[in-house]
Structures are given as structure tokens and as C-alpha cells.
Design a protein around this ligand. Structure first.
Ligand code: SAH
Length: 346
């Protein structure tokens, strides 16, 4: 429900401490509340059981906790869980839990809809409605961590920002959420287990490098030829490959970390030797890994997954050039939970 009270999780720990001292209480009370909000993840002031009734009333009067709700949950035959997440203002995003024998991964959203216009992605049809707040991103992770413990008997091991939205177009909030996720006051997860996936916003990739972030970067490349990439990802006109490459070079020089490229191979679009050679050339400036991902159809035509022999040709040519390559199967396709299928259908 929407409310005019201030969302308490927009406050830093210091601001919370100041709230209590200005109300004649101890600063320490702010630390207690902060722990309830982030480490323990409670959604109601009345659940903060070590606070007096008076303190809880004070909080109730001044603040709201704009928490998310898991609205519906769908389970795929492969164990993937898709959650429709309702936000405090009624909008909906989707988050997915992907289990494998070794890990459980949360795929989280960073925006409601998306401002980019990738032709092959269902989310792009929703347009961008708003950015998610840091706590709304954090809450998705907490909800999926709970599901991981419940259904797989282990805590969440990995997070990928590959749900709805372009994380680098909501950079500050994504960074704040990751700070909480990785801090001991939050979930204490290692940033090495987090991947931020971007369509490639050069200015923000440079900013990430300057900010010395510790999580990993994946770039949805799909083509290393401008004319082809612009056709399938029209914003490439504004952020051409030359700028993307220069930003990635800067990222690599600063971080010395391998760059992962996500890549779908489509029939008649990027399936020739020329396409493969361009990808090889693009990858040369830094240690790179190419994840060839399966296409998840979102309509009935324009885009068709290339056949196995075309994919095999990609793999062998990339390997011959010492570029690591993996071919990934899609998960959760039967419930529209796979990459690019998140569009609030259910
Ligand atoms: N905006 C970010 C994150 C969201 S998309 C990005 O572009 O990286 C997550 C991944 O799914 C991206 O690699 C994207 O290119 C891919 N994707 C989008 N639609 C897809 C589809 N229909 N089939 C397979 N992958 C898709």
C-alpha cells in the first residue's frame, strides 16, 4: 500500500541514530533498529521485539517499511522458481531462483520494465516505469535466499542482475543494494558471487571501474559488428562498439578481471564466420569468456536460435583463439522464467 510516511530503509544507520537522539532516546536504539531492518529483514515494527511499545509506536507514527511481497510463485519442471514481486506502489517485477547441484542463484530485477529496446527481449516491451530502490533489490535477494533454504536446504550462493531492467541505468541504487548484500550488517555475501549484467553503457562501465567495485561484470554483446548490433539492440547507435570497447579496456586496466560476454546466436543474424571473427577481434584486448546462451523465444518468428553446427563453429573458432567459451542451457523456459522472458505474463 502506498503511504506518505517516509520509508525508514532510505535512512542510513547514522540518520537512524540521529532520529533517536533527537527524540530523547539513545543513539544505540538506532543500531538496534538498523539490525532489525537489514540483518533480520523484518517488515513490521511490531516484530522488533526488543524495543519498548512506546518506541514501536514512535516508529509507526514516523515511518513505513515499504517492503515487497511475493505475489505468485511458479515452479518449473527443472526446479526453477519464478516470483512475481509486488512493490509497495502496486507495480510488479519478477525474480527467479535457479538451482543447480552445486549452487543456487538469484536472478534479480533492477528496474520496473526497461528503457532499452533489445528486439529479442520481452522486458523491453514493458518500457521503463521506474527504478527499483535499494531496499526493493535487497528484498528480492532476501526472499530468494529464504526459498533456497526452504526448497534446497542451503543458503543462496550467487546473484545475477539479469532480471528486468538495465542495472547500469539504475547504478546508484544497485550499488547501494550490493553494499547491503555484501556487508556484515546485511547478508554478508561475497561480491565475487555477484554478476552485474549490462547491455553496455560505456560511461557507467568506466564509473564502475573508478568506484573500484568488487563484483563481476557481464556484457550482453550478441554481435561485435555495429550494423548487426544496432539492428537487434538499437541503443548501440548511441553507444557504439568502439565506445563500449574503450570502456571495457579501461575496466580491465583498473580491475584486471576477466570480462564475460553473453551471446545468443541467431539464424541469419549473426551466424557467419565474419560474425565469429569480429567477436574474436573484439575479445582480444583482455582475458575474456563468452557465454553462448540459448535463445528463449518471445514471439513467433523474427528470431530463431541457430542450429547446433553453427554454435559448434563458434565454439571451435573461439577456442582456437584461446577464448574460454561455454554453451549454456536455458532454465525455467516452461514458466517463462528464462533470460529475456520476464514480462509479467503470469
Ligand atoms: N539489461 C541487462 C540485464 C537483463 S537481460 C543486460 O542486457 O545484460 C539478461 C540477459 O538476457 C542479457 O544477456 C540479455 O541479452 C539476455 N536475453 C534477453 N532476451 C533474451 C532471450 N529472449 N533469450 C535469451 N537471452 C535473452
Amino acid at each position: 500500500m502506498s503511504t506518505t510516511k517516509q520509508d525508514i530503509r532510505a535512512l542510513s544507520k547514522e540518520q537512524l541514530m540521529a532520529f533517536f537522539t533527537s527524540n530523547g532516546d539513545k543513539a544505540f536504539r538506532g543500531k538496534q533498529v538498523y539490525e532489525w531492518l537489514w540483518k533480520k529483514g523484518v517488515h513490521h515494527f511490531d516484530d522488533m521485539t526488543n524495543l519498548s511499545l512506546e518506541t514501536r509506536l514512535l516508529l509507526n507514527k514516523a515511518f513505513s517499511i515499504n517492503h515487497i511481497e511475493v505475489d505468485t510463485m511458479q515452479r518449473s519442471s527443472d526446479g526453477t522458481l519464478k516470483n512475481a514481486i509486488r512493490l509497495h506502489d502496486g507495480l510488479v517485477v519478477e525474480s527467479v531462483l535457479i538451482p543447480t547441484p552445486k549452487r543456487t542463484t538469484a536472478c534479480v530485477s533492477s528496474q520496473v520494465g526497461c528503457s532499452l529496446d533489445c528486439k529479442f527481449c520481452a522486458t523491453s516491451r514493458l518500457k521503463r516505469m521506474r527504478n527499483l530502490n535499494p531496499d526493493e533489490i535487497y528484498d528480492q535477494v532476501v526472499a530468494i535466499d529464504k526459498q533456497s533454504r526452504l526448497y534446497h536446504n542451503k543458503k543462496l550462493t550467487n546473484i545475477v542482475f539479469m532480471g528486468m531492467g538495465e542495472p547500469l541505468m539504475n547504478y546508484n541504487n544497485v550499488l547501494k543494494a550490493i553494499d547491503k548484500i555484501t556487508s556484515e550488517e546485511g547478508l554478508g555475501m561475497s561480491p565475487k558471487r555477484i554478476v552485474v549484467s549490462t547491455s553496455g553503457v560505456p560511461k557507467m562501465i568506466k564509473k564502475m571501474a573508478e568506484d573500484n567495485v568488487k563484483f563481476n561484470l557481464a556484457v550482453s554483446l550478441h554481435s561485435a559488428i555495429d550494423e548487426v548490433r544496432t539492428q537487434i539492440m538499437p541503443f548501440n547507435e548511441t553507444f557504439p562498439l568502439k565506445d563500449l570497447r574503450e570502456a571495457l579496456q579501461f575496466w580491465y586496466e583498473k580491475t584486471k578481471r576477466q570480462i564475460t560476454y553473453e551471446y545468443v546466436v541467431w539464424d541469419g543474424i549473426n551466424d557467419t564466420v565474419k560474425d565469429i571473427q569480429a567477436l574474436i577481434d573484439f575479445c582480444k584486448f583482455a582475458p575474456s569468456k563468452v557465454n553462448i546462451i540459448e535463445y528463449n523465444p518471445i514471439d513467433d518468428g523474427e528470431f530463431q536460435q541457430a542450429n547446433k553446427s553453427t554454435i559448434d563453429r563458434y565454439v571451435s573458432m573461439l577456442e582456437a583463439n584461446n577464448i574460454t567459451v561455454t554453451v549454456r542451457r536455458s532454465r525455467g523456459k516452461d514458466i517463462d522464467a528464462a533470460c529475456g522472458q520476464l514480462a509479467n505474463k503470469a
